[in-house]
Design a protein around this ligand. Structure first.
Ligand SMILES: Cc1cc(Nc2nc(/C=C/c3ccccc3)nc3cc(N4CCN(C)CC4)ccc23)n[nH]1
Length: 276
């Protein structure tokens, strides 16, 4: 339904799902259709205070224009005197980060399935000239079938089960980002390498006690593979082909989808079927 002028009165608000720096996300139901959505509420004075109107507008234009099975839909938005409301697709499975923390680390089939889904979503974003979707476990949700959804709005949302180092973590930033150089599409390839490592080992590859140490580890590509959990050599090869300092030498997205580790382990329809 592409009704234009939504208002808060069209929705029954449910439990809060999480809270961010700029506002909260609630479970909600459209009153007439009973359709379940997530309603993200941002306070205007917060946006004005941080002069984020333009970023918000750009994020909304991007999010509205993206239609992909692994990107959370923005159905629409509306505002009142003090708040802006985003009507977002509801992902029933919750935060992938929560699943990663609960399991400690993912098996290779699950990790490869998520990496393949992310690669498909990023290839779609890149062909729409959208880069740096800021993909980190905190921005990834799961739908009712365990399919991954990139849910970032570009806003740093602090959810209950986020790492304390979450705000300002460098863990996911590529060297050119950390050095604040102009970044191009290849930052996303780097991030896929970081995520693949974190899915398999439960911690990001360059984690350190301080941001300065993380910075140093990233710039040095100080990559080490722990002896446990047991991870296949193919997975390590893929990670090594993505965590390359020279962004032009990182494995391109289309080659990731043809990588032996992905071919051998990823579930083609994106749902990780726990029970083979
Ligand atoms: C936008 C959106 C969210 C969403 N779904 C969910 N978001 C968040 C947490 C969301 C959040 C929001 C802001 C800041 C931090 C977290 N937590 C969720 C937790 C869920 N459950 C049900 C499944 N359980 C395994 C875990 C708890 C289900 C959906 C969730 N769909 N669409």
């Amino acid at each position: 339904s592409v009704k234009r002028n939504w208002s808060i009165h069209d929705f029954e608000i449910g439990k809060p799902l999480g809270k961010g720096k700029f506002g909260r996300v609630y479970l909600a139901r459209e009153a007439k259709s009973k359709y379940i959505v997530a309603l993200k509420v941002i306070f205007k004075e917060q946006i004005e205070k941080y002069r984020l109107q333009h970023q918000l507008k750009r994020e909304m234009e991007i999010q509205t224009s993206l239609r992909h099975p692994h990107i959370l839909r923005l159905y629409g938005w509306f505002h009142d005197a003090e708040r802006i409301f985003f009507i977002l697709e509801y992902a029933h499975g919750g935060e992938l980060y929560g699943e990663l923390r609960r399991l400690g680390n993912l098996c290779e089939k699950q990790a490869a399935t998520y990496i393949a889904s992310l690669t498909h979503a990023l290839a779609y974003c890149h062909e729409k000239h959208v880069i740096h979707r800021d993909i980190k476990p905190e921005n990834l949700l799961l739908d009712h079938e365990g399919r991954l959804k990139i849910a970032d709005f570009g806003w740093s949302v602090q959810s209950k089960n986020k790492r304390h180092t979450m705000c300002g973590t460098l863990d996911y930033l590529a060297p050119e980002m950390v050095e604040n150089k102009a970044h191009d599409y290849a930052v996303d390839n780097w991030t896929l390498g970081v995520l693949c490592y974190e899915f398999l080992y439960g911690v990001p590859p360059f984690e350190a006690d301080s941001q300065a140490d993380t910075f140093r580890r990233i710039m040095k590509i100080d990559l080490a593979f722990p002896s446990t959990p047991q991870v296949s050599d193919e997975a390590k090869v893929l990670i090594t082909q993505l965590l390359v300092k020279d962004s032009s030498k990182r494995l391109p997205l289309e080659k990731i989808l043809k990588h032996p580790w992905i071919i051998m382990n990823a579930d083609p329809n994106g749902t990780f079927s726990k029970y083979v």
